[in-house]
Design a protein around this ligand. Structure first.
Ligand code: FAD
Ligand code: NA
Length: 388
């Protein structure tokens, strides 16, 4: 490709969707650069070499959506299994289904209440909070009552944020849904599943196109690279899905993120915990979750004498950590507005995806917003410039 018509920075689901649609529908030659050695961004996975068990390298990724357009789009590149995600919480030596459902409530209170009775019980417990909650603890208690809060939310939240929930702002939780049924599925979306032959195969098919070229190991912000901010911006349209603050050299200070430490272990047993995800909600266990990857693909033939687990811990991200969840603190919100103003002024660059917009996006949201960005921003502009 001598001169591309569009440079996409970041081969995550936002960047891949933009690249593929611009190549397919607008006939553009697209150059995709990523500083990692693989495409797919945080949703990428690879088999653990000794067992062949597919491991999601940047945390467990479950595909789910109720968006028909997104579902139709992703099915062009991969089929999905019928996997339905369920999560169990371990609390004081007992296992409870999450998110909160009638099953959780009745098990926890050792009752057999019907939906109306259970609602009334929890509403009565939640009524202890009067006025507008000014911290996370009061907010959570106002939603689900103190007993469920103390068992399932307090310790887990304290571990996630390394902060006492009474010191956290109430906006950290907007809702704590309780399902008043025995539906214990984690997602209630119309569609859910995992890519039949893995995430990497899905992403490889997205970039398998004569008008798409991929360059890995290329940091767009490094001026020594052949394609970089210094050489490309202003010369060719750019879609940037890396961190918004870094693009502007942190001039307004860094935006804060949480990261995860993922500690992987291969155990010499066929089954460690009987399910894919267990949340450890008590404070005396240092990790927040244990993932066991074989259970994401019960349809596959994996070894019966070895299994791969990952223990997950959460903490504030330092400068060299992978940014996972935007913190969105008070200072962040001011900085974000300042960066958004710079982004609007930056000619020829569209900022997108979770890092480029400083937003937590599920995969279907990243894909959905990329489809919309092509329709509303890229197609009109790039068609116009071609016509000139
Ligand atoms: P990313 O996937 O982060 O891709 C951005 C890419 O840009 C990266 O590959 C990065 O290397 C590259 N990049 C950054 N800076 C530069 C630079 N300077 N030069 C070149 N390249 C650069 N979603 C779900 O739907 N279900 C789930 O179960 C789920 N679980 C998740 C679990 C965790 C722990 C996390 C953090 C996220 C989870 N998500 C899940 C969300 C999912 O990861 C995102 O929706 C998806 O990653 C968004 O894609 P993206 O393209 O915006 O960003
Ligand atoms: Na997840």
């Amino acid at each position: 490709m001598s001169g591309p018509d569009l440079v996409v920075v970041g081969a995550g689901l936002f960047g891949l969707t933009v690249a593929r649609r611009c190549a397919d529908d607008l006939g553009l030659h697209v150059l995709v650069v990523d500083r990692r050695h693989h495409v797919g961004g945080n949703a990428w996975s690879a088999p653990e070499p000794s067992t062949g068990i597919e491991v999601h390298r940047y945390g467990a990724h479950l595909f789910h959506t109720s968006n028909e357009r997104v579902w139709e789009y992703v099915n062009r590149f991969t089929a999905f299994t019928r996997y339905e995600h369920r999560v169990w919480a371990r609390h004081r030596g007992e296992m409870f289904p999450l998110p909160f459902s009638l099953a959780t409530v009745n098990q926890f209170f050792r009752t057999a209440l019907d939906p109306a009775q259970a609602r009334a019980l929890v509403a009565g417990q939640a009524a202890e909070v009067r006025g507008v909650p000014d911290n996370l603890e009061d907010k959570a208690v106002s939603l689900i009552g103190r007993p469920l809060y103390e068992a399932f939310v307090r310790g887990y939240t304290a571990k996630q944020w390394q902060t006492d929930p009474r010191e956290l702002p109430p906006e950290v939780i907007t809702r704590l849904p309780v399902r008043w049924t025995y539906d214990t599925r984690y997602f209630d979306d119309t569609y859910q599943g995992l890519p039949v032959d893995g995430y990497a195969a899905w992403f490889a098919r997205m970039v398998d196109h004569p008008r798409i070229e991929v360059r890995l190991g290329t940091d767009f912000l490094d001026p020594a690279q052949p394609v970089s901010r210094a050489s490309a911006v202003g010369q060719v349209p750019v879609v940037f899905t890396g961190p918004l603050d870094r693009y502007f050299d942190d001039v307004h200070g860094p935006l804060s993120w949480r990261t995860l430490d993922l500690e992987q272990e291969v155990l010499p047993v066929g089954d460690h915990q009987g399910t894919s995800v267990v949340n450890h909600v008590d404070l005396d266990v240092p990790w927040t979750r244990v993932l066991e990857f074989r259970h994401f693909h019960p349809e596959r033939r994996y070894p019966d004498d070895a299994t791969v687990i990952v223990r997950e811990r959460s903490r504030w991200a330092g400068r060299d950590d992978e940014p996972y969840y935007p913190v969105n603190g008070t200072g962040d919100r001011e900085r974000l507005l300042a960066y958004r103003a710079l982004a609007r002024e930056e000619r020829g660059v569209l900022f997108g995806g979770r890092l480029g917009t400083y937003q937590y996006l599920d995969m279907h949201m990243a894909i959905g917003s990329a489809l919309t960005a092509v329709d509303n921003v890229l197609a009109p502009r790039l068609v116009r410039s071609a016509a000139v």
